[in-house]
Design a protein around this ligand. Structure first.
Ligand code: AMP
Ligand code: GLY
Length: 420
């Protein structure tokens, strides 16, 4: 069969590679893909905002299944649009995607269904926000309501930082907005918990922990993710049951009472405080780089899983995993998450020797005349599987030194909580 993947990051390269191993998949298309997907799939250069053109290409080329990687087309309703033309799509519809598209939507759902989360307030303008901030306790968290690629969140240590955050958000740094969220700061350890859904059933899809801050020691600005490891060191049966009973199930009930269901990956971003889960945010997709970290451990054919979801037969499939540990380190362009140079050539990729436990997923790269260029903030993901995290990390570091790309940087402390 023919499968199409929407997106161009490391997550999509990892999806592409897993799909390429399926005995069912004959041809893969990536919209628009990157230099990594180009070696496994046909990259199709269509603007992801142009739903009409995407649909025409899918119908003209008789693509049997579409898998959507990033949040933006999901939140904008690409699933609903393609399904109108009877195209099979794996991903949540527009209504369900509000779980990520609007933080306020999710907070109100949490309130209504008693889902554990940080206490919060919704504020409509600078004056109202600042009045609250003058009396508040610090640290606290200020969030833009819009999609902001993980960057619209400010952890404020004091009132001056909070005033700046409020001004930037209402000035439209993350797009025009009518309100923002101010949240209690939760002290704990973060964990990403993944589930896969067919609208009727859902199954666990492993756990991970990522490093969102740009600097070593988890300091500096928030990024899309600088590295990750799987499984999370926090997960245990008792915690898993609490996450499902207190967070996932009530969310699905809420969506069902709103007249919709959830199909696709669901990423619960949690803060774990004394073995109790609190929902920080939902993402309506796999995480990036968590997806690259988790998928190499998947034993079951991913295409079978997607098809079973589209047929609402996820209950019939057993999702199996290799019991190895997986670690991922992201190589970024110098300057990320602020401004960085684009179109920098990358040499030495041929020096990297990968074995069946080592993976190199491209993110912000393009290929032109057989040369590879960096065009994004996050450029590569090195992933290794091993019986322990330390080993996995050593294999990655060896490969990064072979790449020797001096326009890039990476965090050398990824996984420090699971490595002595
Ligand atoms: P979000 O985009 O909502 O996931 O927030 C980005 C990051 O900010 C999270 O991964 C956390 O590290 C941090 N964060 C968000 N909300 C809170 C909170 N209420 N308490 C503590 N940290 C938070
Ligand atoms: N790694 C965080 C995210 O995908 O949002």
């Amino acid at each position: 069969m023919k499968v199409g993947i929407i997106g161009s990051g490391g997550r999509e390269h990892a999806l592409c590679q897993s799909l390429s191993k399926s005995y069912k998949v004959d041809e893969i298309f990536c919209f628009p893909g990157n230099a990594g997907t180009a070696s496994l799939a046909k990259n199709i250069n269509i603007d992801l905002e142009n739903f009409h053109e995407i649909k025409e290409y899918i119908l003209d080329n008789k693509i049997d299944l579409i898998v959507i990687g990033p949040e933006k087309p999901l939140v904008e309703g690409l699933v609903d649009y393609l399904e109108e033309f009877k195209i099979k799509v794996f991903g949540p519809n527009k209504k369900a995607s509000q779980l990520e598209g609007s933080k306020i939507f999710t907070k109100q759902l949490c309130e209504k269904y008693n889902i554990p989360t940080a206490k919060f307030g919704i504020f409509k303008n600078i004056n109202e926000s600042n009045k609250f901030l003058e009396k508040a306790k610090y640290p606290l968290v200020i969030k833009a309501d819009n999609l902001a690629s993980g960057k619209g969140v400010y952890i404020c240590e004091n009132i001056d930082q909070a005033f700046i955050a409020v001004k930037e958000i209402f000035d439209g740094k993350f797009g025009a907005t009518d309100n923002l969220l101010i949240e209690e700061f939760l002290e704990g350890e973060e964990m990403s918990f993944f589930t896969i859904h067919d609208g009727k059933t859902f199954k666990n899809f492993d756990t991970a922990q990522d490093h969102k801050r740009v600097l070593e020691g988890d300091k500096g600005k928030n990024t899309g993710g600088m590295g990750a490891y799987s499984p999370s060191r926090l997960i245990n049966k008792n915690l898993e049951k609490k996450i499902i009973d207190k967070i996932i199930q009530p969310t699905l009930k809420g969506l069902s009472e709103m007249g919709t269901e959830y199909k696709g990956f669901l990423y619960s971003g949690l803060m774990i405080v004394d073995n109790e889960p609190y929902l920080i945010e939902y993402n309506v997709r796999m995480g990036d780089p968590e997806c690259q970290t988790i998928l190499p451990k998947l034993k079951t054919d991913i295409c079978d899983i997607f098809i079973s979801c589209c047929k609402q037969r996820l209950n019939e499939i057993n999702i199996e995993w290799f019991s190895k540990k997986s670690l991922c380190i992201v190589i970024c362009s110098k300057g990320y998450p602020e401004s960085y140079k684009k179109n920098i050539e990358i040499n030495n990729l041929d020096k990297i020797k990968l074995n069946s436990d080592n993976f190199l997923f491209h993110a912000g790269t393009k290929i032109e005349n057989k040369k590879i260029y960096a065009i994004g903030g996050r450029v590569f993901n090195f992933v290794s599987l091993s019986n322990n995290f330390a080993d996995a990390k050593n294999q990655i570091i060896d490969n990064i030194y072979k790449l020797d790309w001096n326009s890039g940087f990476f965090r050398k402390d990824i996984g420090y909580k699971v490595i002595d």
